[in-house]
Design a protein around this ligand. Structure first.
Ligand SMILES: [Fe+2]
Length: 442
């Protein structure tokens, strides 16, 4: 086996947590931005050569903006058991899903009812962090979680509820979990499924919670480890479940789609005929030949129209440019919307420029700042609470491969290809990772 690509270059871990104050920047930071741009990714403290990208210990990053200044950037390891043992730190207190749960949380970092959590799918409870990203304790939301949470809760913009899909390799079901805006678990419904599928994300519409069931199945292939215990099992088939939001598990409507794998939807909504429009980043396969991370052919942005009355699913392609990490103006989660923002694959790897899709005109803008400038997931922040869709800022951590350091770039979404409003020099490297969010100071 050659060098593991997920341990080298900007995928490779950093050894030292960083604190940088009063960062220098070009341009102007919008004064209305007061809060933290958070993101997280894997940063293994002790990886073997067949390390899976998804299995690395969480490293959370935060950039604090206020009054037009970049006050600080911090990176902190999420203190799971392996990190604490490796560093000689006391283990983190708090509830665990199972006795052998390690506390690993590496995939997303979110605000729930004013608290910051590092979250992960398939095995662990959230890890609560303080404002400056130090791990506080693990959390089951006050006792309400009965199983693993998800890295991709979807926030209903009308009531602030979080909808998530839980799963675990030892379960014969998925779980619809709803957390109230106050941070309490208010609904848990088990959804039986065959096999043990990896279910990374979900979607919501006005009336449905949308469940994915694709052929990445728990079952260790030769050489698999960590998340590599999941592999492509063609015969499982691919389907999407429409569960009435308040419905029982047996009310779910399954819609077959062509075999594929989806980590992330862009958004979903119901059209005037009551059909569900679901936009997804579609991979032709996943973990079929590459067991250390995604890499089975270019992912595309596709639109599926699903008929709750049992009609055939309609599938079409919105954009065939390789892309991932789809985001939108999250005031429109579950509702008709026009714009999507994605990371564009680069010429030499999965991280490159940024894409902006106008789903009304079909136009896609491709921001490409050259091969050495590699954007991570874009985050959209509206300029004001009642601003129009797309009237807001795109914020992204960008790797500068020439200087081997990271910057945070702030664009106006309506000047997507123009000079950034601000480019903030973090002075340190931020490894390629997964997801993040803007958390405004309340
Ligand atoms: Fe994800």
């Amino acid at each position: 086996m050659g060098e593991n690509p997920f341990l080298s270059g900007n995928f490779g871990p950093i050894e030292t947590e960083a604190t940088v104050r009063d960062l220098s920047f070009q341009g102007e930071i919008p004064k209305d931005l007061a809060g933290r741009l958070l993101r997280i990714g894997p940063n293994p403290v002790a990886a073997g050569e067949n390390h899976h990208w998804f299995a690395g210990n969480g490293l959370v990053h935060g950039l604090r903006l206020r009054e037009g200044r970049a006050e600080w950037y911090r990176s902190r390891l999420v203190r799971d058991d392996q990190v604490c043992d490796f560093k000689g730190w006391p283990r983190t207190a708090g509830p665990r899903f199972r006795e052998d749960s390690s506390g690993l949380a590496n995939t997303n970092v979110v605000d729930v009812a004013g608290k910051t959590y590092a979250i992960v799918e398939g095995g662990g409870f959230p890890m609560e962090l303080d404002y400056e990203l130090e791990t506080v304790h693990s959390s089951n939301f006050g006792g309400g979680l009965s199983g693993p949470f998800s890295a991709h809760p979807k926030r209903d913009p009308d009531n602030g509820e979080l909808h998530a899909v839980g799963y675990f390799s030892g379960w014969d079901h998925l779980q619809h979990v709803v957390v109230s805006a106050e941070g309490e678990v208010v609904r848990t419904v088990d959804i039986p499924v065959a096999g043990r599928p990896m279910v990374h994300d979900c979607a919501i519409t006005e009336n449905y919670f949308i469940v994915f069931d694709f052929p990445v199945i728990y079952g260790a292939p030769e050489g698999g480890n960590g998340a590599g215990s999941y592999s492509w099992q063609e015969d499982h088939g691919s389907r999407v479940g429409l569960l009435p939001r308040q419905g029982a598990a047996d009310e779910i409507i399954w819609c077959e789609v062509e075999n594929c794998f989806v980590f992330h939807p862009l958004n979903a909504y119901e059209d005037s005929d009551g059909r569900v429009v679901l936009d997804v980043v579609r991979h032709p396969k996943m973990f079929a030949s590459n067991l250390t991370g995604p890499g089975e052919g270019p992912p595309t942005l596709d639109r599926w129209i699903l008929d709750p009355k049992g009609g055939a699913s309609k599938e079409s392609r919105i954009s065939d440019r390789p892309q991932e990490f789809p985001r939108l103006d999250e005031r429109l989660v579950g509702k008709p919307y026009r714009y999507g923002y994605c990371g564009a694959s680069g010429t030499v790897g999965p991280f490159g420029g940024l894409l902006k899709h106008d789903l009304q005109t079909g136009e896609t803008l491709h921001r490409d700042d050259g091969p050495s400038k590699q954007y991570q997931e874009p985050v959209f922040v509206p300029c004001s609470p009642d601003a129009d869709e797309d009237d807001g800022w795109i914020m992204s951590y960008r790797h500068d491969a020439e200087r081997n350091t990271a910057e945070v770039v702030i664009l106006h979404a309506q000047d997507f290809l123009g000079t950034p409003l601000a480019t903030i020099d973090l002075t340190v490297r931020v490894p390629f990772g997964f997801h993040g969010n803007w958390v405004a100071d309340s």
